[in-house]
Design a protein around this ligand. Structure first.
Ligand code: IMP
Ligand code: MG
Length: 369
């Protein structure tokens, strides 16, 4: 991932892929114009990189020139395109091939056609390395297209975001969600996970996604996913991961502008952790860390017995049931600890102390992410 000005970009098209696409264009054009000496016209600034690489590969004699057409400021095409500058050469009777880095709305291309209408060229062909079909609003023919891409802002290989990124040899795509802090929070029963999640949510402006709450919400509101989940639960079967992931996906989608998420109660298995990774990736994001509160068993048992005296929760009253719950917890989390440790994302935090002390320890970890 890279950052230019205020925006994050992720790797999108490698230097090798660009080279291969370019080679194909060269091969086609060299065949189509085998008997001619074409004039390749680059549109500055963006096209300097493709023109240079293109003509180095071009096997036959050719001429190269540039025109400048400053049309772009920041992320959006500006309405009024400045006039072409630099077309000083007489191109009467010549075979002209425009070499563009990218064609987006086609506005620049319209200007090119407008300019060349008065030049008595033999032929005018358009070649572009990148093309955004869904953004294209004109119907000028594009004779050679290297790579079709979705309508998302890219940088690199001549293309810039507000001046930066032109020098990159590969292409990066803007991240639709910007940098997030996504935590998977773990803690054995009685570790104070809920309390800490509430503090962290406030402090870092994160959205707390508790799988239990998400299930209850979907079932209570009879959403399609809720009804689907319920149909499994009614049969006494486990809800398939896919259904849970779809519910979480909807939660993430609903809160797309959040600074990040605290996942609580999910994942519980390797497969779920991998599915969560895939989900975050589809949102242009990732899990930043798994944080586990660590508390000695005997302290947990004492705390839960204490809670059992007032909470009325029967499972908080029996020492052997509590001990079993704790054992279950470690059995399950051991797998996930390995999973996240393998990605250098596991952080154990001492969960013994005052609420403030523990919040501080958690914050110390989050602040390093
Ligand atoms: P069009 O006139 O809308 O087709 O846009 C063409 C010009 O806009 C290109 O020559 C680029 O300078 C710029 N442009 C379009 N899309 C992008 C992009 O994704 N990244 C960087 N520049 C772009
Ligand atoms: Mg351009």
């Amino acid at each position: 991932m890279i950052k230019l000005h205020d925006k994050f970009f992720k790797p999108f098209i490698s230097a090798k892929q660009i080279d291969e696409a370019l080679q194909k264009m060269v091969d086609q054009i060299a065949v189509d114009f085998a008997d001619e000496i074409p004039v390749f016209v680059g549109i500055l600034n963006g096209s300097f990189m493709i023109v240079s690489d293109f003509v180095k590969k071009y096997p036959n004699p050719c001429e190269v020139t540039f025109i400048k057409l400053a049309s772009y400021e920041g992320v959006k095409s500006t309405e009024d395109i400045q006039r072409l500058i630099g077309l000083t050469q007489d191109l009467t009777g010549r075979t002209v091939i425009i070499l563009e880095d990218i064609i987006d709305s086609g506005r620049t291309l319209a200007e090119v056609h407008r300019i060349f209408k008065n030049e008595k060229v033999k032929s005018l062909s358009i070649a572009t390395l990148f093309f955004k079909p869904t953004a294209y609003k004109r119907d000028f023919k594009l004779h050679y297209v290297g790579i079709e891409i979705p309508d998302k802002f890219i940088v690199g290989y001549g293309l810039d975001y507000d001046g930066l990124g032109r020098d990159l040899p590969e292409v990066y795509q803007i991240k639709t969600t910007q940098h997030m802090t996504n935590l998977v929070l773990f803690g054995p029963p009685g570790a104070g996970k809920g309390t800490q999640a509430n503090f962290l949510k406030e402090k870092y402006n994160l959205v707390h996604i508790s799988t239990g709450d998400v299930f209850r919400f979907n079932i209570k509101n009879e959403t399609a996913l809720g009804m689907l989940a319920k149909s499994y639960m009614d049969k006494g079967e486990l809800v398939p991961d896919e259904v849970t992931i779809d519910m979480l996906s909807a939660e993430v989608e609903k809160n797309a502008a959040a600074n990040g998420f605290i996942f609580d109660g999910f994942p519980r298995t390797d497969a779920q952790a991998a599915a969560l990774d895939a989900l975050m990736q589809s949102k242009d994001s990732e899990i930043s860390a798994m944080i586990a509160l660590e508390v000695e068993d005997q302290i947990l048992i004492d705390r839960l017995l204490e809670r059992g005296k007032t909470s009325g929760r029967s499972d908080d009253a029996d020492e052997s049931i509590i001990a079993n719950r704790i054992k279950e917890y470690y059995k399950k989390t051991a797998i996930l600890k390995d999973y996240y440790a393998g990605q250098n994302k596991y952080f154990g935090v001492n969960g013994v102390g005052s609420i403030e002390e523990i919040t501080e320890r958690l914050s110390a970890v989050i602040d390093t992410l």
